[in-house]
Design a protein around this ligand. Structure first.
Ligand SMILES: [Zn+2]
Length: 183
């Protein structure tokens, strides 16, 4: 079963697919919540500890994404470079992927050069199309997420997942019992 991650001192929840602030322009989750597989939750709390030592917080945009929601995204943008084909299964729908950035103690997100879900080459790790400060902030996020046990994805600075993500089962909302899709 998945573990619910509550907001707290080191973790800010800003679940974009529960609002219109996402690539579809509409809320996809009726009951937005942050759920992860317990293995990913352990790594996330480790990353939050690393961030806290630097007076930073994890600012989470998305975590578990029921496969119904993956279909909504795929129909909007069927490009496998940026959206996993729901027939193969997104690692978000396995509960072992998280989209996030870093925020300071006042809750201001660090400059990463592009917004979350900006599906352009400027979002790729190592892009020099963004400022040096943004490059450094991305590498800071990369370092603490890797040290916590996550793998990165070359085309999206905000996406992290467990290295053995494919060994976890894909779940729809009923199987995960999160109620996020409001069924
Ligand atoms: Zn992602």
């Amino acid at each position: 079963m998945l573990e619910r991650i509550p907001p707290g001192e080191t973790i800010v929840l800003d679940l974009c697919y529960g609002t219109a602030r996402n690539i579809t322009g509409k809320a996809i989750y009726r009951n937005p919540a942050c759920f992860l597989h317990p293995d990913a939750a352990i790594a996330l709390h480790r990353a939050a500890g690393f961030a806290q030592a630097l007076d930073l917080r994890l600012h989470i945009y998305d975590a578990f994404r029921p496969s119904e929601a993956q279909w909504v995204l795929w129909r909007h943008l069927p490009d496998p470079m940026y959206i996993a084909d729901p027939r193969e299964g997104s690692n978000h729908s396995r509960g072992v992927a998280v989209d996030l950035t870093l925020a300071d103690r006042q809750g201001r997100v660090l400059d990463m050069g592009t917004p979350f879900d900006d599906m352009t080459m400027a979002s790729h790790h190592g892009s020099v199309a963004v400022s040096r400060e943004a490059q450094a902030n991305r590498f800071l996020l990369l370092g603490l997420m890797r040290a916590a046990g996550f793998a990165h994805y070359a085309f999206e600075w905000w996406h992290y997942e467990l290295p053995d993500a494919n060994s976890y089962a894909v779940l729809d909302d009923r199987q995960a019992a999160t109620g996020m899709m409001g069924q």
